[in-house]
Ligand binder design. Structure first.
Ligand SMILES: Nc1ncnc2c1ncn2[C@@H]1O[C@H](COP(=O)(O)OP(=O)(O)O)[C@@H](O)[C@H]1O
Ligand SMILES: [Mg+2]
Length: 613
């Protein structure tokens, strides 16, 4: 196999400097996290999804360096030291990465569910975690992304490590964002939402205005964490459209936790609501004050049955769902299986689309980092809408699915989407030109629907053949060179809409098998989408499949050169095919995801906004 040169191409066995990739632990929109090994010792490597470049409009590289800088400056037993950092594959221009010790444990909610931790034990862990916040706040550092996923509890001794300083505020560091800093949207405090609204209003604050980073923001996020711990629900329904979610965070009082979990102690419920106060001044004054109060309650009440009851999983709270159908219950995660450990398919589609709109204001990342995990059914359908004609219909060889109307998007009657109307309302006439992007972008094919309508004989194929992994490294074989250089040496490829063939490497019982897959390519200027329908094994037999090309394990389609020229990718303007629909692909490598039968775990895939890679 060819050598990897991007983090999404790193697989078990590949090397980054003298560390060996064991497996991927997590992937967000902006960084990849891997379990690494060196000399028999395990480590964690976090690598930015983009290299340092003027194209890095979201400043992913800057934020990665900020994370290294934060961890190097604060020392605490519950913070992971940076052991090494650098760039890869090129030490000067490559993707920024850093190495920390590996924590063998689980994120906070998974830990308390799997360990059946009593409330007393869980609160004990939270008290320890507050000690970390105390130290940070005393140094003027605000983490800005406190949440269960960023709290790793070590197995064996329950030590809570606070990770993910990618959005931390350091008083001495230069400002990286104007406006709202990145962070997880549903954990953003009301003051941040109000600030966002002010930026979007007709009388915005002067350019360069920022929301002052204050410890009260971390305390609010800690309140969200405590609310989730007591109720297994989020205080506000993150599945709601943003034009409802944001005003709710800014103005509405969450459901009293006792309504969702009457067995929870009144003292903890009251503290939770104080932490979630709209006015930062009404919240407890410091992390220390919260810890001292929690420790006191734990000491006084810890022996009672409410505190000694083991943590319930969301699935054990079925009555809550029945009684409060609108409540946003946490997704139940189990102890991850080794090969899928930590894999989070958390591209929040609606927010990503909004981020696209807000990107014009430099706010994109703030919202893209929002964390609600989309339900599979939530994969956007009518959210990106268009007046432009759809991509060419799928024709030809494919046995599945059936008609173009089933495979291609239709101009939905909800156009322009609610999102566009929300932005129009929020931005008034000022940004009308920018909003034009909402209604003129070509529509990508409905890949989610293609997979959902896959016939049973095609979904059965990967199971029958015993495929080990859900995503398979794939090389596109169809296309004409867009450069004098061969593809293997960084030359680019012209790809036209229509039938294509690719080589897909599947793993069957640990062994790599080279297959040929065929399908149909569809394009927008910035993305190439492929729907695969047939596969040929080395023995010559053909099998029906439903598969799609995906990028970064998170989004349908592959970005084109027009969207994101990859460093080192060579394009010769004289060789570029300018016929309608033709696009230039930087690199013919991507992942093919095959549809499995219903009930089988599938990666969470979403539609990338039309202008986003
Ligand atoms: N040091 C570590 N030890 C074990 N797992 C880790 C470690 N760091 C990160 N992870 C896993 O990777 C996930 C993503 O890491 P994080 O730093 O939060 O990246 P992101 O910015 O993508 O959220 C975490 O939720 C956790 O599951
Ligand atoms: Mg994180």
């Amino acid at each position: 196999m060819r050598r990897p040169h991007r983090p999404d191409q790193l697989r078990a066995g590949h090397r980054v400097r003298d560390f060996r990739v064991v497996r991927r632990l997590g992937v967000g929109g902006f960084a990849f996290v891997f379990l690494m090994e060196r000399g028999g010792q395990h480590y964690t490597m976090k690598m930015a999804a983009r290299p340092a470049s003027h194209l890095d409009v979201d400043r992913v590289d800057d934020w990665m360096r900020r994370e290294v800088h934060s961890l190097e400056h604060v020392h605490h037993p519950y913070l992971l030291p940076v052991l090494e950092w650098g760039r890869w594959p090129d030490p000067e221009t490559g993707y920024g990465y850093f190495i920390t010790p590996y924590v063998s444990g689980s994120t906070f909610h998974v830990w308390r569910w799997c360990k059946h931790a009593t409330l007393e034990r869980a609160v004990g862990v939270l008290c320890e975690h507050l000690k970390t916040l105390e130290v940070l706040h005393e140094d003027g550092i605000v983490h800005r992304d406190v949440k269960a996923d960023n709290l790793l509890v070590r197995h064996g001794n329950d030590t809570p490590f606070l990770i993910d300083f990618g959005t931390a505020h350091l008083p001495w560091a230069r400002v990286l964002t104007e406006g709202l800093a990145p962070g997880t949207l549903y954990c953003q405090p009301p003051e941040a939402v109000l600030f966002l609204a002010s930026l979007l209003s007709e009388n915005p604050p002067p350019p360069g205005s920022r929301l002052e980073a204050r410890p009260a923001a971390d305390l609010y996020a800690f309140g969200v964490l405590l609310y989730e711990t007591l109720t297994n629900c989020r205080p506000f329904d993150t599945r709601r459209p943003l034009d409802e979610l944001l005003p709710a965070i800014a103005t509405m009082t969450p459901l009293e936790p006792g309504q969702l979990a009457p067995e929870m102690p009144a003292s903890l419920r009251a503290l939770t609501l104080r932490l979630l106060a709209k006015d930062p001044a009404q919240r407890p004054p410091s992390a220390r004050a919260v810890r001292e109060e929690l420790e006191r309650l734990r000491e006084q009440e810890g022996h009672t049955s409410a505190w000694q009851a083991p943590s319930k999983r969301p699935s054990e709270c079925a009555w809550v769902r029945e009684r409060f159908p609108d409540v946003d219950m946490l997704e139940e995660a189990h102890e991850p299986e080794p090969e899928r450990m930590g894999k989070r398919w958390e591209w929040p589609s609606r927010l990503a689309v909004l981020a696209l709109g807000l990107g014009v204001l430099g706010l994109g990342w703030a919202l893209v980092r929002a964390a609600p995990v989309p339900h599979r059914e939530d994969v956007p359908r009518a959210e990106i809408t268009a007046s432009a004609p759809p991509a060419p219909p799928a024709k030809g060889t494919q046995p599945v699915p059936t008609s173009p109307s089933e495979t291609l998007p239709t101009a939905s009657d909800s156009t322009p989407s609610r999102l566009c109307s929300m932005l129009t309302r929020l931005l008034g006439g000022v940004a009308a030109a920018q909003l034009a992007g909402c209604v003129t972008t070509p529509v990508p094919p409905d890949s989610a629907r293609y997979l959902a309508h896959c016939p049973p004989e095609a979904t059965a194929t990967p199971v029958k053949l015993g495929f080990d992994s859900l995503e398979n490294p794939t090389f596109l074989e169809t296309g004409t060179p867009a450069s004098k250089d061969p593809i293997e040496e960084g030359g680019s490829l012209n790809v036209k809409p229509g039938p294509v063939m690719a080589t897909m490497f599947a793993v069957v019982k640990g062994k790599e098998v080279e297959t040929k897959i065929t399908g149909v390519a569809m394009t927008t200027p910035y993305r190439l989408y492929i729907q695969f329908d047939r596969m040929q094994l080395p023995d010559g037999t053909w099998w029906p499949i439903c598969g799609v090309a995906v990028d970064d394990f998170t989004s349908y389609g592959v970005p084109t050169w027009a969207k994101e020229p990859i460093d080192g990718s060579v394009v010769d303007p004289a060789k570029v095919d300018r016929s309608p629909g033709s696009v230039v692909l930087n690199d013919p490598r991507f992942e093919a995801v095959l549809q499995y039968p219903k009930g089988h775990p599938m990666p969470r895939l979403t539609l990338a906004p039309p202008d986003w890679r």
